[in-house]
Ligand binder design. Sequence first.
Ligand code: CMC
Length: 433
Amino acid sequence: MSDTAKTARLVAPEGRTVDLPVLEGTLGPAVIDVRRLYAETGTFTYDPGYTSTASCRSAITFIDGERGVLLYRGYRIEELATKSDFLEVAYLLLHGELPTREQYDRFVHDITYHTMLHEQIQFLYRGFRRDSHPMAVMIAVVGALSAFYYEDLDVDDPHHRMVATHRMIAKMPTIAAWAYKYSVGQPFMYPRNDLDYAANFIHMMFATPCEPYRVDPVLARALDRIFILHADHEQNASTSTVRLVGSTGASPYAAVAAGIASLWGPAHGGANEAVVRMLEEIGTVDRIPEFLARAKDRNDPFRLMGFGHRVYKNYDPRAAVLKESADEVLDLLGIRHNPKLEIAKELERIALQDEYFQERKLFPNVDFYSGIILEAMGIPRRMFTAIFALARTVGWMAQWNEMIVDPEQKIGRPRQLYVGPGERAYVPMEERR
Ligand code: CMC
């Protein structure tokens, strides 16, 4: 980031003029540095939902929402999705450069080495109802890791941070797969370190100890691609949550547990599950206009799930890759006719011609097609957001590491526009009306 000599002049209340530095990044809009604003004018900025606020400097992921471009460390997502694999992308996000063969092999070894969970953690699962949502279980289990790795974790030590990062990325597939196994009453499957990252996850999900299970490489590759597409997305709600929790010096495991909680909502990662439910509810192509009318009706809370994005005002490039992938995966699985995919495509076609969606620049986002692929792969619906969390863990850890070493970062502590009562005297209960 080159900080320029440019300034933005602000005339504050009471006519005070302040010159605020304008900082320019390598790509994207410049930012007005308001850090001195309160000290110099006694006023805050007001930006609920942070629609105009850059919360940090970051060199990890860049989104050009107007053009529909997503870059991880400068590389286009479409290129990474087709040419790379998830652990290579994880290395890239964490370290800033694509690994050499030697670095890659070392990284894969480091991740593989940490895939097992402490045996005691099984008992945590057993405390849950069998019908618990996997995201609820994952929040608890990941949070619990902060108890298992507490004494020996100094967040200011780079080696400790890297071990915590490897552990988090390595254990997440085990944690997610076990949440599923517990829900169906099957034995937990231990990780298989001879399999690659996605294949190992599929094995832990679908194998049982009773018979050999062969992971279909086509499915493993398709899932790996989904992991790549979900790995990071700059300062979204869950990543900002991880940064905020991490900014207090808290355990990264606790921070990621908070990130999972943040991701779960239907406005964020929970949308992939909601899309499939919505497509099922629509049922047939002829009912699409009815649902579009509902999405446009201000008095109806219904929204087109998998549509719209805070940053993208163009086609989400991840959705474009997934749309293509959906056709490929269904074809490879021999599924000639998938009613949900047909409804989704028709819904997209009609919505993109509709004035309401055009005016508001609402396009399909990453969640629109991912659920269809996951469902075709036999992954239960309740695991969709868990898979998103598994993949996003890489981004969360990369962003957490970046934050810890950023000399400008402070504890995250927003201010407010107070609109409550002014100071008043306590009224004894017997005198209250
Ligand atoms: N269906 C119908 N109308 C919509 C939709 C939608 N999916 N999304 C936005 N709008 C309308 C909204 O009603 C508003 O209209 P108006 O200006 O007339 O009041 C306008 O578009 C702007 O919407 P907003 O809510 O101010 O935009 P936002 O940036 O605060 O919200 C969003 C972004 C993703 C939460 C929203 O588009 C949404 O709820 N989408 C559906 C849920 C979804 O697919 N979420 C996944 C997001 S991508 C993956 C991820 O982050 O995990």
